[in-house]
Design a protein around this ligand. Structure first.
Ligand SMILES: [Zn+2]
Ligand SMILES: [Zn+2]
Length: 374
């Protein structure tokens, strides 16, 4: 069968191509894509910031309806029964299962040296339509996918991926073992989130759901800060109202210690934000860097600040596949209190894909979405 897809070449140009899908294998699942979110990393791809095997079918934040399941497929990755008509979302990353990391660090699937990621693969590679910007999508045997609860609309399935990124970032700030009351993240803790884009908003929502006593959202756009409050931020600071690092003091004053939050999550993706992230937390605090999936330049960090503040600094790359379960529960739990649907504020069909990338790149859209059926 054929599928209409969007294919991006190295220059960032988008071609509308029809690809022939192979016959469904016994362990495969065929999905009709409802929508795909355009992420910051998709914009980086368009702008030439990612080293990939082009041309690529982009889209790693997507959801759809099961059209057909292979003969051997009975359940999703959680073990829930799956059949045609179910709402699903797909974990884009597939670890190789074969390298030293996969053998020795099974709890850290992101460490795999040879991950295959939907939305970043060449269209020439079978089954060809392996990004969300495709009318149909084949989930190959070995990939993880999850059905959505009955009362969660299929659209919200496209937020499960970014919510997995955000919730993994928050979980990186938990300390191993039973945390001492003053270590890392925990109930009642103070968390600052740099950047009120979708990842920042979802981080705020996660931190509140996980028991944060305070969530301070930092951004330069008031409208985004107001949105962050609706996602659970208890305080906001517009960093644009201060000279240089002047906002750090304003943040400190808001916190119970007066010396800064317990945890800072960097979700801006600009190197200067990491420089600031080092200054924001209290001594012996925790910094989680999640904003830089793609290279965006170098940060100038004074290593003695890390030593003297005795900071915990963690990188957070994507999430393990089971994080989708966490994200789906979170969505289900908090759906009535957070305006998740409003993040999708620019919706287009295939014909207007370029405009959607533009809206995402300019920051006018929280999450521009492409709907193949439109
Ligand atoms: Zn993404
Ligand atoms: Zn591996």
């Amino acid at each position: 069968m054929k599928s209409r897809t969007l294919v991006m070449d190295e220059s960032g140009a988008i071609e509308r191509r029809e690809v022939e899908l192979p016959d469904l294998g016994p362990n495969d699942v065929l999905v009709r894509v409802e929508l795909t979110g355009i992420c910051g990393s998709d914009v980086h791809m368009r702008d030439g910031g990612l080293d990939l095997d082009y041309p690529v079918v982009p889209g790693h934040e997507f959801a759809g309806i099961v059209e057909a399941v292979g003969d051997e497929v009975t359940t999703d990755s959680k073990g829930d029964l799956v059949s045609s008509g179910d709402k699903v979302t797909v974990v884009p990353g597939i670890s190789c299962g074969d390298c030293w990391y996969c053998d020795n660090l099974p709890t850290r699937p992101l460490a795999c040296n040879d991950r295959n990621v939907y939305g970043f693969r060449s269209v020439e590679q079978a089954p060809h339509a392996h990004g969300g910007m495709s009318e149909y999508f084949v989930i190959e045997g070995g990939a993880s996918f999850y059905t959505l609860p009955e009362d969660v609309p299929v659209e919200l399935g496209a937020l499960v991926e970014p919510l997995s990124v955000a919730s993994h970032a928050v979980e990186r700030a938990f300390q191993p073992g039973v945390p001492h009351a003053r270590e890392g993240f925990g109930i009642g803790k103070s968390v600052a989130v740099q950047g009120a884009g979708p990842i920042g908003m979802l981080t705020a929502a996660t931190a509140r759901a996980a028991g944060a006593g305070q969530v301070i959202a930092l951004d330069m756009i008031d409208e985004r800060l107001e949105m962050a409050e609706r996602f659970g931020a208890t305080d906001t600071v517009n960093v644009g109202e201060y000279d240089g690092d002047g906002f750090v003091e304003a943040v400190n004053e808001l916190t119970p210690s007066g010396d800064g939050p317990d945890v800072v999550v960097e979700a801006v993706g600009h190197p200067s934000a990491l420089e600031q992230a080092i200054e924001i937390p209290r001594n012996a605090g925790t910094v989680v860097e999640v904003g830089h999936y793609a290279y965006n330049g170098e940060a100038a960090i004074d290593p003695s600040r890390l030593v003297h503040k005795e900071l915990n600094v963690f990188g957070s790359l994507a999430y393990p596949p089971v994080q989708f379960e966490t994200a789906i529960s979170l969505l289900d739990m908090t759906r009535d209190e957070r305006p998740y649907e409003e993040l999708f504020n620019y919706r287009v069909g295939f014909d207007d894909a370029e405009a959607a990338y533009e809206k995402q790149a300019s920051g006018e859209a929280y999450r521009a979405t492409i709907h193949p059926g439109r």
